[in-house]
Design a protein around this ligand. Sequence first.
Ligand SMILES: C[S@@+](CC[C@H](N)C(=O)[O-])C[C@H]1O[C@@H](n2cnc3c(N)ncnc32)[C@H](O)[C@@H]1O
Length: 332
Amino acid sequence: MSFEYHNLRSGTAAVSSDDQFAQAVLEGLSREPKRLPSWLIFDDRGSRIFTEITQLAGYHPAQCEFEIFQNHKQAVTDLLAKHAFRVIELGAGDGKKTQILLEHFIQGRLAFDYVPIDISEGAVKNLVAFLESRFSQSTMSVTGLAADYFDGLRAIKEQSNLRNFVLFLGSTIGNMELPAAELFVRKLRESLNDGDYLMIGFDLMKHPKTLYSAYNDSTGVFERFNLHLLDVLNRKLGANFVKDHYVQQGHYNPGTHAVESYIYSTREHVVFIEVLGKDFFFGAWEPMQTEHSYKYTQSEIELLAEKSGYRIVKHLFDTHNHFVDSIWEVKK
Ligand SMILES: C[S@@+](CC[C@H](N)C(=O)[O-])C[C@H]1O[C@@H](n2cnc3c(N)ncnc32)[C@H](O)[C@@H]1O
């Protein structure tokens, strides 16, 4: 069995991903109110802090998904075992939840490839090293790709005898607004074959107080995660943000159906960003949005699947119905 890591973001691709990063920051800081996309946070350290979030007892999206995988791993195995398959994970992060499934497949003596894809180079590298240390004598081969989702998918060898099982977990789809989520799953369908499966983790709408507690932990990990964005901007773009001048808070916005995290500058000041060659003014207590996590209803999920050319195979819920991993089949 082989364990490989490929960085598709190095060389000339690194220049274009740096440009994409700078462009996203310029656009976000030019908006009124300022708003930056959450993918900017995920450098190596950002991924490590996100892993700390997934370990918080109150962060239900992760705890529910761990429970779903434990309770339903046999159902997923039964679905896949009929056919040779390959597991592709988009935005794999530390891959901890997925390992529950991978281990179960291995125990069932199923031979398969696992392809984790993530823009965070450190996350993919560590994941491949960990899997190799743990599963080198198993029925699984691993090819980790440090890449954007669709660059990673394009780089994967087409193998018509394999059914792809694509995972998009952790409620990452919630970071997109509804129209963007629809575009994303439609584009994904174009990259996949008839009969492939897609499993998406959706956080469901629930009591706003539960949502508030999930995104405002008393130990301050969420604040550290969101403020880390300022370190990333300082390092990657030569900005001069002073982290101590900012605080963070998340809240559920019934207007957008999303938990939104904001960082607030506690004083009026100007930040210079060298790579953009530009000053940005921040007023006292001006908010800047750093996270958007849409909360779905079951009917929105079903509409999204049907409108985008998928057949719903199964919904896997946690015991509190707080979260669902929804399995769809590509129909062409
Ligand atoms: C919310 S975290 C979820 C991580 C993991 N799937 C989980 O459930 O714990 C989102 C992950 O997607 C990755 N990511 C974000 N945008 C990406 C993109 N455009 N291409 C590839 N990975 C991306 C981030 O680096 C991060 O690891």
